[in-house]
Design a protein around this ligand. Structure first.
Ligand code: FEO
Length: 394
């Protein structure tokens, strides 16, 4: 297991989790990496560690650069266990190392791993390593309250932990070795599923970092950004501002295809209004994959039949996930079908209102099978949604 030098004297010494397919509710078909970075200076420093079962891989990579017991500092930018899980193993190998972390970081690390020789840093604090100086900037809620980033001015290098990550397992360590299209998709999926609720905090973090000269961003998941920084720094503020495209997403589940017929009629109407549409069923697409479409779609049309006096459990689960991720500035429309009691579509409508999204037209709820007239009405509703969408600007 070899390290990869990303800057003179700065090495990636992380681990590749090729087979990871599930990450607290998020499906990761491309696996992921846990990135740790080793800085060889007068003070040898490890920035972050890896998930607990990958500690040996990290140690092997470190050992190909230096004696791991010579590490003076371990920076813990973030407590979550995919980054601090191997800290106990590292502390056994390098028992004299100081653990540098934020105040909330120390609290979380003590709860997870116990007492070490902690050095707590405030936002803006600096630690000299010799030729290089580490600067720490707190970025609470990107991703947990403890989160901070580490900046090395001499190298123009930002180590932002979770921010700017992508769940991609690869031999390649740099963005230009993979290409923008795939990384953009994975960075968007990552943002939509992990960072989306924290737009305000992301904006604050981006403001705090705006004046720092940066020519490389080395996150804690996926590849290191060095070529596509302009593209990345263009999309992140858009995502943080909940800016979307003039496109629609239809998400639904169905029992006997009546809700499917409504979904297709709505699609027809949106297309007639010139709006690009994506259609996903919750039977066949995982909700974490649908979130990538949610990130960029301004209109969200959500459909369900009624089952047991309510919406289908798949739709309820998706809405619960959406509630936590808090997409804003959307247009919403609920639709569905029922046999007798008919509460499902109304519950989705109530959800749309609770999210503060605009609902330019009333929800659609059809008994048993939609008639031709009802399908034409649904197509007209799709057109109206499309026209309402076309009037909107960011
Ligand atoms: Fe990659 Fe919040 O952990």
């Amino acid at each position: 297991m070899q390290p990869v030098q990303i800057k003179p004297g700065v090495y990636w010494v992380g681990a590749i989790d090729w087979d990871l397919r599930y990450f607290h509710g998020y499906v990761t078909p491309r696996g992921t990496t846990y990135n740790a970075y080793l800085i060889v200076d007068d003070k040898v420093t490890l920035v972050d560690t890896v998930k607990h079962y990958k500690g040996d891989e990290m140690l092997e990579r470190i050992s190909n650069v230096c004696d791991p017991s010579s590490i003076d500092y371990i920076v813990a930018n973030h407590v979550e266990m995919d980054h601090s899980g191997s800290l106990p193993q590292m502390m056994e190998v390098a028992p004299n190392a100081k653990v540098i972390t934020s105040p909330r970081g120390k609290d979380g690390l003590v709860h997870h791993h116990g007492e070490y020789n902690y050095q707590v840093v405030k936002s803006g604090d600096e630690v000299s390593l010799g030729d290089r100086t580490l600067t720490f900037v707190h970025t609470p809620m990107v991703h947990w309250p403890d989160s901070m980033v580490t900046y090395i001015g001499e190298e123009r290098l930002l180590l932002p932990n979770d921010a700017f990550g992508q769940h991609v397992a690869s031999h390649e360590r740099f963005d230009d070795e993979i290409g923008w299209d795939l990384l953009h998709e994975e960075a968007a999926k990552y943002y939509a599923n992990i960072v989306l609720p924290f737009g305000l905090q992301v904006k604050k973090a981006l403001d705090a970092l705006a004046d720092l000269p940066i020519d490389m961003i080395a996150p804690s998941h996926g590849v290191v950004w060095r070529q596509f920084l302009p593209e990345l720094l263009e999309v992140y503020p858009r995502w943080a501002n909940h800016e979307t495209d003039q496109r629609a997403l239809i998400v639904y589940d169905t029992m006997w295809e009546s809700t499917t017929q409504l979904a297709l009629a709505l699609q027809r109407g949106l297309e007639e209004a010139g709006v690009p549409v994506t259609v996903r069923t919750l039977q066949n697409s995982h909700m974490s994959e649908i979130m990538t479409d949610v990130l960029t779609s301004r209109a969200l049309l959500i459909g369900t039949p009624t089952l047991n006096n309510g919406m289908l459990p798949t739709v309820a689960g998706f809405l619960n996930y959406l509630k936590g991720l808090k997409p804003q500035k959307r247009l919403g429309l609920a639709f569905g079908s029922y046999g007798w009691s008919g509460q499902g579509a109304g519950e989705v409508h109530e959800f749309i209102e609770s999210m503060g999204w605009e609902a330019p037209i009333d929800f659609i709820n059809v008994k048993y099978r939609p008639t031709d007239d009802q399908l034409q009405e649904a197509t007209a509703a799709g057109r109206k949604m499309g026209e309402a969408l076309s009037l909107q600007k960011n």
